[in-house]
Design a protein around this ligand. Structure first.
Ligand code: NAD
Ligand code: UD1
Length: 355
C-alpha cells in the first residue's frame, strides 16, 4: 500500500487509473481544478471501488469515510495548493495527469498550454522536492514522435513534436531528464500513451469531453447515439490498406493498469528514469474502427469522406516491447471490447456526467 498524489485524477485517464490504484489497495489524494472534468467522476470511482459513503467537507475537499480517497480542488501551478498535501501526509509517489491536451487549442493558446503543462510540472516538481517525495509517473504522449519515420515506433525514435501541445510534452520530458540527473533519489517514469479510448466496462465512468470532441472515439460514439448525423473521415488517400489513417487504440483500463505496473516497478527497483510506450502494437484504420463500433453497438454509423486534417500522419503504432520486458505489461483488451465498453458508457451517460 502506498500513499499517492494524483494530479488531474478526475479526468478521463486519471479517473480510471484512480479506480485501478484503489483496487490495488493504494491510498489516494487527488488534486484537480476541474477545468476539464467533473467532481462526479470521482464520486463514481469511490462507488465502483466499494468505498464507504462519502464524508463531504464541501465541494473543494471531500473524502471517503475510510480516507482512502481524498479529493482537493486546486491547481498544480499553485504551491499553496500543493505544499499542504505533502505536509499533512507522507506521499510515496505522484502520478501527474493534470494538463491540457487539445491540439487545436494549443495552437490558438500556446501561452496557456505552456503555463499549465510546463509551469504546472515545474511547480509540482518543486513541491515534491521540498516535500521529500522523488517518485513520479508522468503522462507523456506519442504525439512527441510527430510524423514517424517507421512503425512500430520504438522509444528511441526521434522526438519531433509538430504542434505546441507536443512541444510542451517534449519540454517536460527534457525537464525530467535534467531533474533525474540532479539528485540520485529520483524515480521517474515517462509514459508515452498512444490513443487512449473506451471506458470502464461498468459504463459508470468514461470520457466526457467538454464541448465538441476532436478525437475520433467520442465522435463515433455520438454518431452511433444519433447525437451527430455523420462521421467525417479525414482522408481516404493515406498510404494504408484502405486509405484511412491508422492508429494504435488502447483501452483506458489497459492504460490504467500500465500506470500501476510502472509505479510498482519504480517503488521496487533502484532509482531510475524509465521511458516507455504504452500501446497495443496493433494498428486499426478509421474504417476498421467504424465497422467494429457499428458491430458492438448495433447502430449504423454514417460516414462522409473529407479532406485530410492538417497535422495528421498516416500511421501511428507503438512498439510496446520495452513495456513488456521491463514491467511484464501488455494490453489485454481487443478492439471489440474497446467498442463494447465505449458504447456502454455512451448509452448509460448520453450527456456524460452532467445528467
Ligand atoms: P483530461 O482533460 O480528461 O484530464 C486532465 C485533468 O487535469 C482534468 O481533470 C483537468 O480538470 C485537470 N487539470 C487541468 N489543468 C489543471 C491544473 N492547472 N491544475 C489541476 N488540475 C488540472 O485528460 P486525459 O485524457 O485524462 O489526459 C491526462 C493526461 O494524459 C494529460 O496530461 C494528457 O496530456 C495526457 N495524454 C492524454 C492523451 C489522450 O488522448 N487522452 C494522450 C496522450 C497523453
Ligand atoms: C490527436 C492529436 C494528438 C493527440 C491525440 C490525443 C492531432 C493531429 N493529433 O491524435 O496530438 O495526442 O489526439 O489527444 O490532432 N479522424 C477522422 N475523423 C474525425 C476525427 C479523427 O477521420 O472526426 C481520424 C484522424 O484522421 C486519425 C484518427 O481518426 O486518423 C484518430 O484521430 P484522433 O482521435 O484525433 O487522434 P490522433 O490524430 O491520433
Amino acid at each position: 500500500m502506498a500513499n499517492l498524489l494524483i494530479t488531474g485524477g478526475a479526468g478521463f485517464i486519471g479517473s480510471h487509473t484512480c479506480l485501478a490504484l484503489l483496487q490495488a489497495g493504494h491510498r489516494l489524494v487527488v488534486l484537480d481544478n476541474f477545468s476539464n472534468s467533473q467532481p462526479e467522476a470521482l464520486r463514481r470511482v469511490a462507488e465502483l471501488a466499494a468505498l464507504e459513503p462519502l464524508t463531504t467537507r464541501g465541494y473543494a475537499c471531500w473524502a471517503t469515510a475510510d480516507q482512502r480517497l481524498i479529493v482537493h480542488q486546486g491547481d498544480v501551478r499553485a504551491r499553496q495548493d500543493l505544499d499542504p498535501l505533502f505536509a499533512t501526509a507522507r506521499i510515496d509517489g505522484v502520478l501527474h495527469f493534470a494538463g491540457l491536451k487539445a491540439v487545436a487549442d494549443s495552437i490558438a493558446q500556446p501561452l496557456q498550454y505552456w503555463d499549465v503543462n510546463v509551469t504546472g510540472s515545474v511547480c509540482l516538481l518543486q513541491a515534491m522536492a521540498a516535500g521529500g517525495c522523488r517518485t513520479l509517473v508522468f503522462s507523456s504522449s506519442a504525439t512527441l514522435y510527430g510524423h514517424p519515420e517507421r512503425v512500430p515506433i520504438p522509444e528511441e525514435a526521434p522526438i519531433r513534436p509538430i504542434n505546441p501541445y507536443g512541444q510542451t510534452k517534449a519540454a517536460v520530458e527534457q525537464l525530467l531528464v535534467d531533474v533525474a540527473a540532479s539528485h540520485p533519489d529520483w524515480r521517474i517514469a515517462r509514459l508515452r500513451y498512444f490513443n487512449p479510448v473506451a471506458a470502464h466496462p461498468s459504463g459508470h465512468i468514461g470520457e466526457d469531453p467538454h464541448g465538441i470532441p476532436s478525437n475520433i472515439f467520442p465522435l463515433i460514439s455520438q454518431v452511433a447515439m444519433g447525437r451527430r448525423p455523420v462521421l467525417e473521415v479525414f482522408g481516404n488517400d493515406w498510404p494504408s490498406a484502405d486509405g484511412t489513417g491508422v492508429r494504435d487504440y488502447i483501452h483506458v483500463m489497459d492504460l490504467a493498469e500500465g500506470h500501476g505496473a510502472a509505479l510498482a516497478l519504480l517503488l521496487a527497483e533502484a532509482p531510475q528514469l524509465l521511458t516507455l510506450n504504452l500501446g497495443s502494437g496493433q494498428g486499426h484504420s478509421v474504417l476498421e474502427l467504424v465497422r467494429a463500433f457499428a458491430a458492438a453497438s448495433g447502430q449504423p454509423i454514417p460516414i462522409h469522406f473529407s479532406a485530410r486534417r492538417p497535422g495528421d500522419s498516416a500511421v501511428s503504432i507503438a512498439d510496446p516491447g520495452a513495456a513488456a520486458r521491463r514491467m511484464g505489461w501488455r494490453t489485454r483488451r481487443s478492439l471489440g471490447q474497446i467498442c463494447r465498453d465505449g458504447w456502454a458508457w455512451q448509452q448509460a451517460n448520453p450527456q456524460g456526467y452532467s445528467a
